[in-house]
Design a protein around this ligand. Structure first.
Ligand SMILES: O=C(O)CCC(=O)C(=O)O
Ligand SMILES: [Mn+2]
Length: 196
């Protein structure tokens, strides 16, 4: 499997377009869609509470926490299929992934706004492995300090694995824009390394 290195200043982005082959990715998406207790959490942004525009769950080693936008997520146990994925991903990228945030975008109205994954618990240079299943969606990145840098736009296909490493989270924000015409679901799993 040949990775694609995406060239951009201050970023380390590596994309494996076919990390999971289509029949397997469809089975996996169906099993996880049905086998996980999805929740729509509420977050506080600019003083107002909102339901986030997607469903999510946080899994990983017991006792780990992840805090963002006033939300405190506690790990649920690993789903056996996700444990298998974690092992496969670690064979490519030997980082101590100990948790995963799952996001289910039910259709094109579900999205994620601009942010960096730079919470202190992720350490100084977070390594994030982002696996996408189902509906291909646009994933965009913009430079945080130098807005002259061109935006990066990737189509994250069914079965693709994107690695974000090095100083990427310090210098770039990313988002998954809403695309109203889309009606099929997409599941994204971001494997992360959290220190206690
Ligand atoms: O769904 C995606 O591709 C991005 C998810 C993401 O950025 C996150 O979970 O922090
Ligand atoms: Mn993110």
């Amino acid at each position: 499997m040949q990775p694609e290195h995406i060239r951009a200043a201050d970023a380390e982005l590596v994309l494996y377009r076919r990390f999971i082959a289509p029949p397997d990715s469809a089975r996996l998406l169906a099993a996880l869609d049905a086998g996980i207790q999805w929740r729509q959490d509420r977050i506080r942004l600019f003083g107002r509470e909102h339901a986030i525009p997607r469903l999510q769950q946080f899994q990983g080693e017991p006792g780990l926490h992840y805090r963002y936008s006033g939300l405190l997520l506690e790990t649920k146990p690993w789903h056996p299929l996700i444990e298998q994925l974690r092992r496969r991903i670690k064979a490519l990228e030997p980082a101590p992934f100990n948790c995963v945030l799952l996001n289910l975008y039910r259709d094109g109205n579900d999205s994620m706004g601009w942010h960096s994954d730079d919470e202190p618990e992720l350490g100084p240079n977070p390594v994030i492995a982002s696996l996408s299943l189902g509906q291909p969606r646009r994933f965009v990145l913009r430079h945080r300090q130098d807005r002259q840098q061109p935006k990066i736009e990737l189509l994250l296909d069914d079965g693709s694995l994107l690695l974000m490493r090095g100083s990427t989270q310090h210098h770039w924000q990313h988002a998954l824009p809403r695309t109203r015409s889309i009606c099929r679901p997409r599941l994204n799993l971001t494997f992360r390394c959290i220190s206690d």
